[in-house]
Design a protein around this ligand. Structure first.
Ligand code: TMP
Length: 211
């Protein structure tokens, strides 16, 4: 519990690469802090020493094919560590948690992107997390071409980012489907606007979340 006598809330930020997740994760954390709550910023894959080591494997290049199912198992091994050792203890203390990607990324990337059966993802979810889920999910949405134009200016691409355009189109569509399916926790932001305009929209969403 925090000073206001409430448990913390988990806000997850989702979207394809290049939509500005990192800058906006920090913007959201600052907003929560300014509202008088303690906040931690974390990410997936990663967020604990074990889960960060697993992240290294997930993003590395190997001289063999890595199956979508292998990614799924690795992601959930890291996620269990992250939820039990970082996210739940913070929420119990009344801290808010802002997480750069979470469970929905697996439905989007491994499910829609790689074609792993949704039942397998559901099973692992239930087995490791039960009914634990984010309180709010902010989806930063932008066309794939625009998003990739942005990241190609900034850095080299990793193993997942080097997939073809169709992979990211499926991921983007899956995110939009999930947003429609869970309107109670999803808020969609048009991330093709300028960062300033995106953050105006996010501020309105944060007002709603915090009140
Ligand atoms: P990041 O670049 O946003 O930190 O994410 C690392 C990569 O991991 C990104 O390409 C998306 C991918 N990913 C999945 O494929 N499935 C997942 O469940 C998560 C959390 C990330």
């Amino acid at each position: 519990m925090n000073k206001k006598g409430t448990k913390g809330k988990l806000i997850t930020i989702e979207g394809i690469e290049g939509v500005g997740k990192t800058s906006n994760v920090n913007f959201i954390a600052k907003y929560v802090q300014n509202a008088g709550y303690q906040v931690i910023v974390t990410r997936e894959p990663g967020g604990t020493p074990v889960a960060e080591a697993i992240r290294g494997i997930i993003l590395s290049d190997f001289d063999e094919q890595m199956y979508g199912e292998t990614e799924l198992l690795l992601l959930y091994a890291g996620r269990l560590q992250h939820v039990e050792n970082v996210i739940k203890p913070a929420l119990d203390k009344g801290q808010w948690v802002v997480c750069d990607r979470f469970t929905d990324a697996t439905y989007a990337y491994q499910g829609a992107g790689r074609g792993v059966a949704i039942e397998k993802i559901d099973d692992l979810y239930r087995w490791t997390l039960g009914d634990f889920k984010p309180d709010w999910t902010i989806l930063l949405d932008a066309p794939v071409d625009l998003a990739f134009e942005r990241i190609l200016k900034l850095r080299d691409l990793d193993r997942i980012e080097r997939e073809k355009k169709g992979f990211f189109e499926r991921i983007r569509n899956q995110y939009l489907v999930m947003a429609k399916r869970h309107p109670e926790r999803y808020r969609v932001v048009d991330a093709s606007q300028s960062l300033e305009d995106v953050q105006k929209v996010i501020s309105d969403i944060m007002k709603e979340i915090i009140e």
